[in-house]
Design a protein around this ligand. Sequence first.
Ligand SMILES: [Zn+2]
Length: 202
Amino acid sequence: MDLPYEVIRSSRRTAIVQVYPGGRIVVRVPERYPQYRIDDLLAFRKTWIARKHAELVNLPTTLVSQPTVTKRYRAYALDLFRLRFDRIIAGAAALDHPYRVDVTALDLPALGYSEGRKPELRIRTMRRRWGSCSAAGIITLNTVLADRSPDLIDYVIAHELCHLRELNHSRRFYDLLTTVMPDWKSRRAILNGRGSELLPER
Ligand SMILES: [Zn+2]
């Protein structure tokens, strides 16, 4: 299996696979369960795991709390997202090491985008996801993401921008995301409430 997974051994009698919001895959097995049987189980459940993973990978590990989103907050969020978005599209963020976002690999001109025709950005308050990208190339960000630090907003934008090329969560999609943003995994972990502290910058 291409996707990373964790094995947790315990006194249980059966083996199961679980996929969590955020994309964590856990195989729970009895104490002395051999690796070849884990491999068999993963191979047998491959389609299900891939489908669940794609469904859950970009969801927060905890439900995004729903503050009352005022008109002013929406305007602030949209301004902030536009700023990050335009900066990433322009490739300016590529210079900003270590939080670099290099969109060269997306080849936006080949997708029909230019300085005058950027991908469309919208905001919406969503319960279970940070962002989405439609087949028509409309990128929607969760309004409450505006409360997170800029490098995390950039991660969600980079993720959605990669969907302009790969509208799925395939290996190719992740390879592309890694090219665009080498440290996306740690950003995702922080965004989803794991890993280290949030960067204090606001
Ligand atoms: Zn996605």
